[in-house]
Design a protein around this ligand. Sequence first.
Ligand SMILES: [Zn+2]
Length: 469
Amino acid sequence: MKHAFRTLIQSSILPLVTLCASQLAQAQEFTKAELEMVEKVREHAHNSNLSWQLVESLTTEVGPRLPGTENDKMAVAWAKQKFQQLGFDKVWLEPSKFPEWRRYHESGFILTPSKQPLHLTALGNSISTPKKGLTGEVVLFETFDELKAAPAGSLEGKIAFINYRMNRDIDGNGYGPAVKARNKGAVEAAKKGAIAYMMRSVSTSHHRFAHTGGSHYTKGITKIPATAVANPDADQLARLVALGNPVRVELNIQTEDLGEGTSYNVIGEITGTKYPEQYVLLGSHLDSWDLGTGALDDGAGVALTMAAAKHIADHTQPERSIRVVLFAAEELGLWGAKAYFKHYEKRLGNIVAAAESDFGADVVYAFESNVNAASLPVVRAIAEQLKPLGVKYIRKNEARGGPDLIPLRQTTSAPIFDLHQVGTDYFDYHHTADDTLDKVDPEKLKQNTAAYAVFALMAANAETKMAGK
Ligand SMILES: [Zn+2]
């Protein structure tokens, strides 16, 4: 069928010269019937509430999903059951180890010149302060590099505070530079003798919510408590420091390191008819931080990748499989993703396209690939079918994928895709108590789901098996 249509196109000179490059790409990779099916699936997904129903159910019936907690176990059971109810052909769990951590208490005060509450949160993996808390003088640094450059011993008995301001942009490019202070700030502070570490939240928000997130100690360096303060509190501290008098604060953080825990990647697959071993990987992560209900991060991603595959299966059985992987323990260090790509290390060539949705619930505004030259006609054909959703095509061919695809990128040159989402407001809510369902716009979620459905169906049915470069 596909070949017959191609021959027809190529044997007639007139249609050939009037076809533009993208139409030609589509004609070479997809039959007319296949493109009609893409349109049908796109319209269906764009009008369906399914992804909204899923994110509502997950965030309401399970809520926060810190790895290893009872809620995390409930989320795994929830996902398995939903995949089964939605009629996925195969549903299974794969275990993942991770360092289990709990937050029990967090409070803080400015002590001088007057007592004032600090809105703060422990960074993930932070150790506790003494039961009664600790007090110390704040030493302010504008950047992580400035802290790194501080002389050895200069922070003896003090509390290091980095006041780095993240910038706001559609693609969240301010996150990378800001997150250095979260990952390793406590290590650098401890090297200089500090007794605790504070940072301005990795955030663009003006609200008084503190933003948590992963932090990591280094073997051989003293572990000190690590916290983030809400941005208005960071401003307050900076103003007090600027007055020139010593500013003392009190911190009380109670957490627990529970050693190695186990959670599960939950996987649902729509099995391909022609090449069942080859698959499109749609990723997201099932876990979340404990402060909010993980609606934007990453309930929306879970919901829309599950729904996208289901919308395809409602209309057609794809030629290659579509595998939805809900990764475990992403927030604590990509643990589920590391386990997954290790497990499939010898079979990564079966992945014909991989994309992760982990950037909130706003619309997809651009599509970008990272593939070899032979795969580009497929990419152009997909981009053409995303246009009606208002998605533009970025031709750079340098997609990096979501965080859970980092272990894949590090192992092999895989065909990776970005369905870039509008992230202008994402870091107002990210990793806070304010990451709740009301931040998800059902209409935007529909557009997003439809974009994933178009992408997955076309990658599964393309004549060319896509590959990385
Ligand atoms: Zn996330």
